[in-house]
Design a protein around this ligand. Structure first.
Ligand code: FAD
Length: 533
């Protein structure tokens, strides 16, 4: 169906913006009531008006209610009204807004403590008006590393981290997990084990930003205020953007190294495939670890080559972009491997739908005349990398740039309009390769600049755009791509970076994970110092 539903209970679901044409289908799915939480006119002419949706809802035999709320500014009367609507409306109910998150937040607030606690866990109490010196949104690579680095500089600085997850992942290992080269359990630790001592952990998700009032809204209905804010919630993997994908993942030969639980499935597929067609997909940029889609292909091919099966496996790489890798220097060595593995490259080819049980995938392909055509491919195995965007609450906030990322100065990582706001990691707008390696360098820049600002000094540090993508071209060898803004090569070691090396493999498999857990997350800034202004 055209509508992407999220089912919360048997009687309540949410979805992003729906259109009048969807209402018959919504009724056919058994819904009895539709609640519209999106103010009219918010999305320009593309957004149907409440009157149009109401007419279509009534024609489909559905009840309809209009309760518009502004993102991040849900008021108590609105929450009460939402609760009343839920109580009195025929069920099941479908509520929607632009992305679905406002409806979801209303539901969480109105479904009371128990639902809030389910999400927040055994959280410290957090009330409207709770105030902190430095608030960091996100306890991932960037958020935890930054907190540790700030505390290394000033032991008494007061930091709160907003983080809903109880596990912290070292995601760069998942490429190796998908190739049977890394124990998945070594890529995860309890969040409490990496949370730096002295940090207040707020176990909730940020749901709205109000930078004019130095306030962050939380999904448990409370809010906190701050003197300085750092936005580091990573990015959103948009699995639902590809119809059929969510349901198919983890079976029918459909996998992705972009999820902790699925990377082992990649390896089990690779091990068991003896012939047929293997497809690897890459969505439009930007994505985290831009090389990861093709790394999965090279390591799979390397295994099939090792087993003497490569000739029986027809390998295809469908890339939504027009180049194999964004930094031209690394394309020739990668092309050598594409030829060696006899992989077929499809540029400007974007996965648009998938039928797992039928083992078919559909792509939007640009033909020779520049027209988009839909093509169908069968597969025995498909490794999918989903489209990626900024998290909804960031995209819907005034901190976002036109593309939805937190709008920072790429050198200082300070927000372009709100001086007391910084951002780093995958969520920020800086045009670097979105990698943990980039975060490692950005942490030092933000730590230096934020503390200088707090002391009333000029910002001393600037970021050169460093990011690193260890391209796993075969089992045991890596092309260690390290580069900054504009594709400038920034190799750490005095060696030709375009040559595949065993030493880089050892670095990725054995040294970088240790560096991550023991240095980066503990405020030890090895291989991370910034340029001075
Ligand atoms: P994350 O580490 O993703 O953390 C974001 C955190 O924010 C999470 O803990 C999340 O729970 C939390 N969060 C989300 N929403 C909210 C909210 N609303 N409120 C509060 N908290 C929230 N990088 C490399 O350097 N080298 C590699 O080889 C490499 N390979 C990769 C391979 C794969 C398969 C993947 C998936 C990634 C790879 N990366 C690699 C990229 C790297 O993991 C990311 O760039 C890095 O983790 C970004 O850090 P971050 O803190 O911005 O985001």
């Amino acid at each position: 169906m055209a509508v992407h539903l999220t089912r919360h209970t048997d009687t309540f679901s949410t979805s992003p913006q729906i259109h009048p044409a969807d209402l018959q289908e919504i009724a056919a799915l058994g819904f009895k009531t539709v609640i519209n939480n999106r103010p009219d006119g918010e999305g320009g002419t593309e957004q149907p008006t409440s009157v149009q949706i109401e007419a279509a809802a009534l024609a489909a035999g559905l009840r309809y209610a209009y309760l518009p709320v502004v993102s991040g500014q849900i008021t108590e009367p609105q929450a009460r009204r939402f609760a009343e609507l839920l109580a009195m409306s025929p069920k099941p109910v479908l509520a929607f807004c632009r992305s679905g998150s406002r409806s979801q937040n209303l539901y969480r607030i109105t479904s009371g403590q128990s639902a809030a606690q389910q999400l927040a866990g055994p959280a410290p109490a957090c009330h409207w008006g709770d105030s902190h010196d430095i608030v960091i949104i996100g306890g991932g690579s960037a958020g935890i590393g930054l907190a540790a680095s700030l505390l290394k500089r000033q032991k008494n600085v007061q930091i709160a981290i907003i983080e809903p997850a109880d596990k912290h992942y070292y995601q760069p290992a998942w490429t190796l997990v998908g190739a049977g080269e890394f124990d998945p359990q070594a890529s995860v630790r309890p969040m409490e084990a990496v949370m730096p001592a002295g940090v207040t952990w707020i176990r909730a998700a940020a749901s709205g930003l109000d930078p004019d009032n130095n306030k962050v809204m939380l999904d448990n209905g409370s809010a906190i205020t701050y003197q300085y804010l750092v936005v580091a919630p990573g990015l959103k993997l948009d699995w639902q953007a590809i119809p059929g994908l969510q349901e198919a993942l983890g079976s029918h030969g459909v996998t992705s190294n972009y999820r902790f639980d699925l990377a082992p499935y990649t390896w089990s597929l690779v091990k068991s495939l003896k012939g047929g067609k293997a497809i690897f997909t890459q969505p439009p940029m930007p994505i985290k670890c831009a090389g990861a889609p093709q790394k999965a292909m090279y390591l799979s091919c390397s295994e099939w080559e090792r087993q003497g099966l490569l000739a029986q496996i027809d390998v295809h790489f469908h890339n939504a972009g027009g180049v194999l890798f964004g930094v031209q220097d690394f394309v020739p060595p990668l092309m050598d491997y594409v030829k060696r593995y006899d992989a077929t490259l499809h540029f400007h080819s974007r996965l648009v739908a998938i039928d797992g049980p039928g083992r078919r995938a559909w792509f939007a392909d640009k033909d020779a005349n520049g027209e988009w055509v839909r093509t169908e491919q069968n597969f025995d195995m498909i490794h999918v990398v989903p489209p990626q965007t900024a998290p909804d609450f960031v995209r819907e906030s005034t901190l976002a740039n036109a593309e939805g990322w937190v709008n920072v100065n790429q050198a200082t990582l300070q927000h372009v309009r709100h001086a007391n706001v910084f951002s780093l990691g995958d969520a920020c707008s800086s045009p670097n390769a979105k990698t943990a390696a980039a975060a490692r360098k950005q942490i030092v820049v933000v730590a230096e600049n934020l503390l200088a600002l707090r002391a009333g000094d000029a910002l001393p540090a600037r970021y050169d755009g460093y990011g690193s993508c260890p391209l796993t071209v075969e089992k045991g060898k890596i092309v260690l791509a390290e580069f900054g803004f504009g594709g400038k090569l920034l190799p750490t070691f005095p060696l030709d970076p375009t040559v595949p090396r065993k030493s880089a493999w050892i670095l990725k498999k054995n040294i970088l994970p240790w560096l991550y857990w023991e240095a980066m997350l503990k405020g030890r800034e090895w291989l991370a110092r910034p340029l001075e202004n």
